[in-house]
Ligand binder design. Sequence first.
Ligand SMILES: Nc1ncnc2c1ncn2[C@@H]1O[C@H](COP(=O)(O)OP(=O)(O)OP(=O)(O)O)[C@@H](O)[C@H]1O
Ligand SMILES: [Mg+2]
Length: 227
Amino acid sequence: MSALALKNVTYRYKNSPKAAVSGISCLFEEGKVYSITGPSGSGKSTFLSLLAGMDLPTEGEILLDGENIAGLDLDRYRRESISMIFQAFHLFPLLTVMENVCFPMELCGVNPKDARKRAEALLEGVGIAKEKRDRFPSKLSGGERQRVAIARSLASNAKIILADEPTGNLDYANTQNIIEILCDLAHSKGYCVIIVTHDSEVAEAADVAFRMRDGVLQTEWREKKNG
Ligand SMILES: Nc1ncnc2c1ncn2[C@@H]1O[C@H](COP(=O)(O)OP(=O)(O)OP(=O)(O)O)[C@@H](O)[C@H]1O
Ligand SMILES: [Mg+2]
């Protein structure tokens, strides 16, 4: 099943003669992990922000289940269809772990009791022990913080996860753990996971590896593990 289909997507920043993203056509499907690597300035973050609906392509179309996102309510698209994970975790420092995960649900009108129940299940799923759930993020390790951020990103039911350097601040063991969690979300729970990364371990774990060069997305390989 397809999640996002791109048709000839180009993006130019205002006053910039050169396209940051240039003529990209590709398919992102549910149940798969995609990696995007490439040199600094090649357009990776710009591309991710287009997928996230932060801005619309200058040319071309991004289709969500066949519908051009330009015609959708973009606030709603950002809230309900995609979720984001960042290198710096972006947890709310003054909210506890539990409150961080509950927050997006409460914003969407879920009652606090149901939000708490779901947050408990999500935190359980990423291996955050019960006694750590009432701590502030500053009292967690980097790997734990990223797992909380993943739990929070899952709170919304969005099936597309966009991650910009999610392991950029983590050591080897924590990187492996985050890779496992993201792969499991795709392979067992049907999420579409798109990861921008400099980390070759992360890229190797993907089902499809892309490389960005001068705004152009090239396929490095597909389904390597299945031959
Ligand atoms: N707000 C902006 N206005 C104008 N040009 C921009 C803006 N943001 C980025 N660019 C340019 O667009 C191109 C792509 O930038 P982008 O941030 O997408 O690269 P990147 O691949 O994410 O790089 P990095 O690996 O360093 O994060 C670069 O040439 C950059 O200078
Ligand atoms: Mg970037």
